[in-house]
Write a protein that binds this ligand. Structure first.
Ligand SMILES: NC(=O)c1ccc[n+]([C@@H]2O[C@H](COP(=O)([O-])OP(=O)(O)OC[C@H]3O[C@@H](n4cnc5c(N)ncnc54)[C@H](OP(=O)(O)O)[C@@H]3O)[C@@H](O)[C@H]2O)c1
Length: 297
């Protein structure tokens, strides 16, 4: 084992984190479920590729998981040749996947039982922030704050220590629920305007643009409309809204807003827009209303 850093999961976020760490001079070991992606990135960055999460954990002291959801995280940790299928003595496992608090507790116990240190470390920010080292990393571990001070973690962005798991996972879902509900609310407002003959663009420009909500419309700009490219896919945003709902109901709370946001994103995904950028839920709902009105006229 050396002081190398293993990155497991090389999608939009994992590959951006790998690029950032490689640019800062760290020695990387890469694994991805679809091996061709790992090979291409390793060639670009001069990194090593391994055939399984377990081989990555054998090779490196620091293991970072950046996969899509609870199921993928569980698979990487304890599926065939998973990270924790052999002892993890001397290893620290950072999980950057946005997961449910319930999963974070399970993941912590899997890694701890194997003798490793588990750190939940979901990130706020997008792949560009990862490339620039300006993510906000919400960090939590039963091993205490020191494990969140690892230098390479600070090279990825600002680290905020929140205590023991699953607090950081809960904070990440609370953060995502904040901005996803804004986008969904905006989409429903666009749909309302469209239904009564006022285009969403005109409503945004001539009404919202004259109020404090101008900042939100300007922040998202063209991203409010489906345009075939995503930095954070709508399907994953829907997963996060669903996880926020589950976390709230686990706490005995209603989660009505989270449920509504999740159902809008699942409609978007079902209609073939799951790989669109998450803010385009607003334009998607406006288009649904516009099409309905056109059919009625
Ligand atoms: N993109 C963002 O702006 C952003 C921001 C903050 C947090 N996040 C969170 O970061 C995580 C990754 O997001 P992303 O945008 O990088 O997603 P992504 O581009 O869709 O990549 C998903 C990654 O997960 C892997 N994966 C999926 N299912 C798997 C399984 N069963 N076993 C092993 N690997 C599996 C994929 O492997 P394949 O290549 O084989 O499909 C891929 O490497 C998510 O939890 C997301 O919510 C994303």
């Amino acid at each position: 084992m050396t002081g190398c850093i293993a990155i497991l999961g090389l999608g939009r976020m994992g590959s951006a984190m790998a690029r950032r760490l490689a640019a800062r001079g760290y020695s990387l070991v890469l694994w991805n479920r679809t091996p061709s992606k790992a090979r291409a990135l390793a060639e670009e960055l001069g990194a090593e590729v391994v055939a399984s999460p377990r081989e990555a954990a054998d090779a490196c002291e620091f293991v970072h998981i950046v996969v899509s959801d609870d199921e993928a995280s569980l698979e990487v940790l304890s599926g065939g040749n998973g990270v924790a299928t052999k002892p993890l003595t001397g290893r620290t496992v950072f999980n950057h996947t946005t997961v449910t608090p319930r999963h974070s507790i399970v993941a912590d116990s899997i890694v701890s039982r194997a003798g490793g240190v588990y750190v939940e470390a979901p990130v706020a920010g997008n792949p560009r922030n990862a490339l620039e080292g300006s993510l906000v990393i919400l960090c939590g571990s039963r091993a205490g704050e020191d494990v969140c001070s690892a230098k390479h973690l600070h090279d990825l962005g600002e680290v905020v220590y929140l205590g023991e798991p699953p607090r950081a996972s809960a904070a990440k879902l609370a953060f995502n629920l904040s901005f996803l509900s804004i986008v969904a609310g905006l989409g429903e407002a666009f749909a309302l305007a469209e239904s009564y003959g006022l285009s969403a663009e005109r409503f945004a420009r001539e009404v919202l643009g004259r109020t404090w909500l101008k900042a939100i419309v300007e922040r998202y700009g063209e991203r409010l409309w489906p345009r075939g490219k995503a930095s954070f896919a709508a399907a994953l945003a829907g997963k996060d809204a669903r996880y926020a709902f589950e976390a709230l109901t686990d706490a005995g709370l209603p989660g009505s807003v989270a449920a509504a946001v999740a159902s809008y994103y699942s409609l978007m995904t079902l209609m073939g827009y799951g790989e669109e950028d998450y803010p385009s839920l607003a334009g998607f709902l406006a288009n649904l209303a516009g099409n309905k009105r056109n059919q009625q006229n």
